[in-house]
Design a protein. Structure first.
Length: 245
């Protein structure tokens, strides 16, 4: 929906601008063709999102129809349960072991585990979003846009054209730099998840082998807090935002 809304907003802005320019000048300026080409590329890239949304809507409507089926009709197949990620599985096992300790601070320790899972889900969502925006296809399209902008600038004769093409080149090069930064951030997000997963596995091992007798509650709490810090990606998110000024 986020992708489709962005395309819709872009289409609306393009349509309104076209109407205003034609009403005031009596013709469509040449730069609308450049905008239209960019808009067409964005619309093509949004097709997969539209297909997924349409398929989910049809599945939802099919399930709604299935609710009112007769008793002798076969029920629709159940949707497969979501497969837990490795870090979610480890956190669930650590949670069970903490509950078995019977510590007075069990509730607080469980809250720490839940905090880790919440940050992990947020980290996974950010990682998926960055992977979509920095895919090989996106980078290839951007490289072509940069090359096209340079070629237009080299062919421009009028000062007005040069200013426009210089601005276009500045914009696409800025996005190219932002994607390069996002790729580096994406690598760090992956490492954060891996480190947190290994720490949870080590904590589970310590709890399982009877080391809990030598692992007091303050130490256990500090280790959980450190794991939570590992999956807190706020610094990386700030770094991406800093490049958008």
């Amino acid at each position: 929906m986020r992708v489709l809304r962005a395309v819709g907003g872009h289409f609306t802005g393009f349509f309104i601008t076209s109407v205003v320019m034609y009403a005031t000048q009596g013709h469509f300026p040449f730069w609308l063709a450049i905008w239209g080409a960019v808009l067409a590329m964005q619309a093509v890239s949004a097709i997969p999102a539209g297909v997924v949304l349409l398929r989910k809507r049809r599945e939802s409507e099919g399930r709604a129809v299935g609710v009112g089926t007769a008793p002798n009709e076969a029920a629709p197949p159940a949707l497969p349960a979501r497969v837990l990620s490795p870090i979610e599985q480890e956190a669930a096992r650590v949670r069970v072991l903490i509950e078995k300790l019977g510590s007075p601070d069990t509730k607080g320790l469980i809250a720490e585990v839940d905090g880790i899972l919440k940050l992990t889900a947020d980290l996974e969502a950010r990682q998926a979003d960055l992977e979509e925006q920095t895919s090989d296809r996106e980078r290839a399209m951007l490289a072509k846009a940069v090359a096209d902008a340079r070629a237009r600038l080299e062919r421009a004769d009028l000062d007005q054209d040069r200013r426009l093409f210089e601005r276009q080149l500045e914009v696409v090069q800025g996005r190219e730099e932002a994607i390069a930064k996002a790729v580096r951030v994406l690598e760090r997000l992956k490492v954060r998840r891996e480190v947190a997963e290994h720490q949870l596995k080590q904590l589970r091992l310590d709890l399982s082998r009877g080391a809990a007798s030598g692992l007091d509650v303050p130490e256990l709490s500090s280790r959980l807090q450190f794991i939570r810090y590992e999956v807190d990606a706020r610094e990386e998110v700030k770094e991406i935002g800093a490049g958008r000024g």
